[in-house]
Ligand binder design. Structure first.
Ligand SMILES: [Zn+2]
Length: 378
């Protein structure tokens, strides 16, 4: 079955518009997915996420496995039920968190033993157990266990991790197919290879050969320079099959979304908009601003005059600044809603511009405004 319909491809860049047909509804691409780490998008309610218009969100396997854990998720017959979200959920494999959060980890060809960030207890992830847990969650899109390496790192270490990721992917695929739930819960492959061109090429070729419903690009946006990230995306996307969706993991700044789309990416996720929101930073078409800024003391304007989100329709910057200074939780909610709505609208506009053959113009206009103002110092 074809889960992805490629509707339009730009003539001037590799930008694409498509439809991702999932169990809980069709998602239009390119798409940004908000991150609901432990079963909630921080500081927001699910109704607020629905009102913004999202119908695909991300959950973190590592966090959900540790807490609430499979017993509770099983009791409620899956994550959708437990959190009362009837739209699509993509879950990552937990690999990235095992490698970035755990104090202790030991990797073998079998899998990885790691200590819990919650209570220090020891746990084991294998390609098979990670698929089993994501099936328990009932994820609409699942990710296989992969080995992430930091950038920069020695070639031989990156090569070993890339090869292990491929072996693990084959095991994950086998488990997924044997589950007989493969039609409702799609498995993507993850391309690794750090910053090495030949490793990325090899990984993209070998991963593509497994003929999965979609492909992710992992191990980028981990502190490398932008040119490295973009050239790795170009290399990988020149190999990945055109008719399958491509997901760039962990990227969510407006300028990177535009550059990613221009290089043929269809899906993105990042904690950045909500984390920045909780710190008082908000998106505008002229760049990011801080609500702490003294110049907003008497401001009767919304966060962004062009935005029709709940925060912008109802409240002034003066009021939100006051809430933030008073450490009221509502300030974080309002700015998070705005930041997510800003990215949702950006992706909708990107999609329309691709369909109308003027994506490159839209991108240049957006970036020239967005970069016009420097980030405010506060
Ligand atoms: Zn807004």
């Amino acid at each position: 079955m074809n889960y992805f319909e490629l509707e339009k491809k730009s003539n001037k860049s590799n930008a694409r518009a498509g439809k991702l047909k999932l169990k809980h509804g069709t998602t239009l691409t390119p798409v940004f997915m908000p991150v609901g780490t432990t079963g909630t998008i921080k500081a927001c309610t699910w109704q607020q996420i629905k009102d913004i218009g999202f119908n695909l969100v991300l959950g973190n396997t590592y966090h959900l496995y540790l807490r609430p854990g499979s017993e509770i998720i099983n009791h409620f017959n899956g994550l959708h039920n437990f959190i009362n979200w009837d739209r699509n959920i993509l879950t990552d494999s937990g690999g990235f968190q095992v490698f970035s959060l755990s104090d202790f980890r030991k990797i073998t060809d079998d899998g990885v033993i790691f200590s819990s960030i919650v209570d220090g207890s020891k746990h084991f992830f294998s390609p098979e157990t990670v698929i089993d847990f994501q099936l328990t969650l009932g994820s609409d899109i699942m990710m296989p266990l992969d080995e992430c390496t930091p950038i920069p790192i020695e070639y031989s270490i990156a090569q070993k991790a890339m090869n292990r990721t491929l072996i693990w992917l084959k095991r994950a695929k086998k488990r997924w197919e044997e589950s007989n739930k493969d039609k409702d819960h799609l498995l993507f492959g993850i391309v690794q290879g750090n910053r090495f061109e030949d490793l990325r090429k090899y990984s993209a070729q070998m991963t593509s050969e497994l003929d999965l419903p979609g492909y992710s690009i992992g191990g980028l946006s981990v502190g490398e320079d932008k040119d490295t990230m973009f050239s790795m995306i170009e290399i990988v996307n020149s190999i990945l099959p055109e008719e399958k969706p491509r997901y760039l993991m962990g990227v969510g700044k407006p300028e990177d979304l535009l550059e990613g789309v221009a290089r043929g990416i269809d899906m993105f996720d990042c904690i950045f908009p909500t984390r920045a929101g909780r710190n008082g930073s908000f998106f505008t078409k002229n760049g990011m601003k801080s609500i702490k800024n003294l110049s907003y003391k008497f401001s009767e304007e919304p966060l962004d005059k062009d935005c029709d989100c709940y925060a912008c329709k109802n409240f002034t910057k003066s009021y939100i600044r006051h809430l933030f200074r008073a450490k009221e939780i509502t300030a974080m909610t309002l700015i998070s809603i705005h930041n997510l709505a800003f990215l949702k609208k950006l992706m909708d506009n990107i999609r329309s511009s691709i369909l109308n053959d003027n994506f490159e113009e839209f991108k240049n206009d957006f970036l020239s405004n967005y970069r016009q103002s420097k980030e405010e110092i506060f």
